[in-house]
Design a binder for this molecule. Structure first.
Ligand code: CIR
Length: 252
């Protein structure tokens, strides 16, 4: 169970962040509203939410998931893989220091938290455009020293591992079709996201609830059939910036 979440408000310059979505210009008033609804949802699930202010020079900084991996006794401050996001991680260190001992991913290693998926005591670490093998190896060693196991997963297509695979509670994974067949995830129960609904693979399990993006009826139906409690959130503006539900918070 999670007790805390860290979020950061999107800045007025958020539309200057990195994106490949091609879904049009995002609107500040609307993302602010959607972000607030996200924060309220976390609070309604009994999380204490630490809300951070915008970081002026970093339009992508509200994607806080990418700059740290927080688990058990440790907060690993990452070294983000995108040049324009280098430096966001420095602002996160003092926020996490009161809660956890910190460790660091050092260059030339890079890691984005969006590539790091915890399932029980095991971590899947994606090798992606943002996380390189040196960074993944560093993270794996740190986690190993804390008693966790880890494996690498090559991410082909999409931004991060968690664009394709997420935890859905009860040893079950939410996966896109290409990842459903991968050996790395053998042995887990799976909910497979339809191809037309791939964006919704980035859904977020929190304390026995599944936060899903609004407008993905087939996934909703599958989760309902399994009796999973659902909260659907409008993510239109975050999606325009290549972001999803997991990216907007750090949970611990
Ligand atoms: C980026 O390209 O870095 C941001 N525009 C989106 C990051 C999304 N983060 C995530 O999925 N963990």
């Amino acid at each position: 169970m999670f007790t805390h979440a860290i979020t950061r408000r999107p800045g007025k310059n958020f539309a200057e962040g990195l994106t490949t979505a091609g879904l049009g210009t995002p609107r500040y008033e609307l993302i602010t509203k959607q972000h607030e609804a996200y924060v309220q949802t976390l609070k309604s699930l009994d999380l204490q939410v630490i809300e951070l202010e915008t970081l002026a020079d970093f339009p992508d900084a509200y994607f806080v998931e990418d700059v740290a991996v927080v688990t058990g006794p440790i907060a690993v401050i990452t070294n983000p893989g995108a040049a324009t996001r280098q430096g966001e991680q420095k602002a996160m260190e003092p926020v996490l220091a009161p809660y956890r001992a910190t460790a660091h991913i050092r260059p030339p290693g890079t890691v984005d938290g969006g590539d790091v998926l915890m399932v029980g005591n095991h971590f899947f670490i994606g090798i992606s455009p943002r996380t390189n093998p040196k960074g993944a190896e560093q993270l794996g060693r740190i986690l190993e020293n804390c008693g966790y196991t880890w494996t690498l997963v090559a991410v082909r297509g999409g931004l991060h591992l968690k664009s394709h695979v997420n935890y859905a509670g009860q040893d079950t994974l939410l996966v896109t079709e290409p990842f459903a067949a991968r050996d790395e995830f053998k042995g887990y129960a799976k909910i497979i996201v339809d191809k037309e609904e791939e964006y919704a693979a980035n859904s977020l399990w929190i304390n026995d609830h599944m936060l899903i993006p609004q407008g993905f009826p087939r996934l909703r139906e599958k989760l309902e059939t399994l009796g999973i409690e659902i909260r659907a959130l409008d993510m239109s503006e975050v999606r325009k910036m290549d972001g999803g539900l997991t990216c907007l918070s750090l949970r611990f």
